[in-house]
Design a protein around this ligand. Structure first.
Ligand code: ADP
Length: 403
């Protein structure tokens, strides 16, 4: 019987199975297994609340950390998740020894005094930084055998807090990015209305700058909207078969003027075999455009950009298409590589701004590839250029050529 319970534990026991086990413990059946409930029951009886095994079997089935105290504040029972919150928990000992957070201690005291559930949020630094939410609920079991109890359950709010922080950072960044060109525009408008009112040469110059700033704002809004659209559709895998070679050609054709302006040669080496992926064609074009544009902007000093399209294999051995954009410019220092795809992250902000960058390009590429079940890999050596590779799962089966 105890073996059954242990197996249940391993298999992520159902609540019903745990209840049955608890009942066996209560009814005095032989349970020498190694579930938490049984090991608790095996401890010296003097320290234990009479219903420890039952309570522990019940809270063990919760999907959150839980601790039960008696009315004197001694630990009656706790589940495995609770140990990660309070490693010093011991049956029969005062909870104050293991739960030292003042907010929590105060909530337990209030719950005991007012006999009302309490909710409290607190921050812990040990073992790691995290935000927790605790519900402290007084429980009055019927009958006299058990006595009043206090149930503590915990939720980890850290992921939620991180998302909130990211959202706040994102809004701050986006506003800042928009405010800078906006301030420039307002400044030039004032100058044109005032001191430079009749200065034709200054007017021409300022209008040129204003146009560049307005274009930057438009591009930023465009990128922000694209990002949010891609994120909204993140759960929908694109289903249209798309041949990749024509996409590479189209992107290169579209950026020829920029390449000429920068004095850069673009070389394309595409595998002769047809490489087809299930994709949103426009999104792939946008992503590849970003990579080639970056290579032309930041890697122009290398005078050459190589684009290759080839078949490869994922780490798991599945067939994939790889589009690599390699430049021979200044490259990127290794400490920046892991952060390049973060929104608004730039190695050199003024360089990016001077190039008309928004800091959103690589974030967009990453999101597009995620949505396609692929990924972006980046390799770079300082002084020796950078290579950005789009990995896309190849579509299997006989898919008619559509592009
Ligand atoms: P941006 O709009 O600033 O170009 P991206 O997200 O496309 O934003 O790129 C982020 C940063 O990565 C750029 O600001 C630049 O510092 C760096 N970067 C991107 N591509 C290259 C490259 N080919 N060579 C050197 N640095 C690059």
């Amino acid at each position: 019987m105890a073996g059954d319970a242990a197996e249940d534990d391993r298999a992520g026991a159902s609540f019903a199975a745990r209840l049955a086990h608890a009942w066996r413990v209560l009814s005095g059946a032989n349970t020498n297994g190694n579930s938490t409930a049984v090991s608790a029951a095996a401890r010296p009886a003097a320290q234990l609340h009479p219903q420890t095994a039952l309570i522990e079997a019940l809270i063990d089935s919760l999907h959150e950390a839980a601790i039960v105290l008696d009315r004197e504040g001694r630990v009656v029972a706790f589940n495995d998740d609770a140990v990660s919150i309070a490693p010093a928990l011991r049956h029969g000992e005062p909870a104050l020894i293991s739960l030292r957070t003042p907010e929590l201690v105060e909530a337990i005291r209030r719950a005991g005094k007012r006999r009302e559930p309490q909710r409290v949020e607190f921050f812990e630094r040990v073992p790691t930084d995290r935000w927790l939410e605790a519900f402290v609920t007084p429980v009055e079991p019927p009958g006299e055998r058990v006595g009043d109890l206090v149930l503590l359950t915990f939720n980890d709010l850290t992921p939620l807090r991180r998302v909130e922080e990211m959202r706040a950072d994102f809004i701050a960044n986006a506003s800042h990015e928009l405010r800078t060109p906006l301030a420039a525009l307002l400044g030039f408008i004032e100058t044109l209305q005032g001191p430079a009112k009749n200065d034709v040469a200054a007017r021409e110059k300022f209008l040129g700058i204003m146009q560049a700033q307005a274009t930057r704002m438009a591009r930023l809004i465009d990128d922000l909207l694209s990002l949010s659209r891609i994120e909204l559709n993140a759960h929908l895998q694109p289903g249209t078969p798309v041949e990749l070679a024509p996409i590479v050609r189209q992107v290169v054709d579209g950026l020829m003027t920029l390449a000429r302006d920068r004095g850069v040669d673009i070389n394309v080496a595409a595998s002769p075999e047809s490489l087809v992926v299930l994709a949103d064609r426009d999104e792939l074009i946008r992503a590849l455009e970003n990579l080639v544009e970056n290579a032309l902007k930041y890697g122009a000093a290398g005078k050459r950009v190589d684009i290759t399209l080839a078949r490869g294999q994922t780490r798991a051995g599945a067939p994939e298409a790889r589009i690599t954009v390699r430049d021979f410019g200044p490259g990127i220092a290794p400490e920046h590589l892991p952060r390049l795809t973060e929104r608004f992250y730039r190695v050199d902000v003024s360089d990016s701004r001077a190039q008309g960058g928004t800091g959103l390009g690589l974030a967009l590429v990453k999101h597009v590839l995620n949505r396609h079940g692929g990924r972006l890999s980046i390799e770079s050596t300082l002084g020796a250029g950078a290579g950005f590779t789009m990995h896309l799962p190849l579509s299997s089966g006989d898919i008619p050529k559509t592009e």
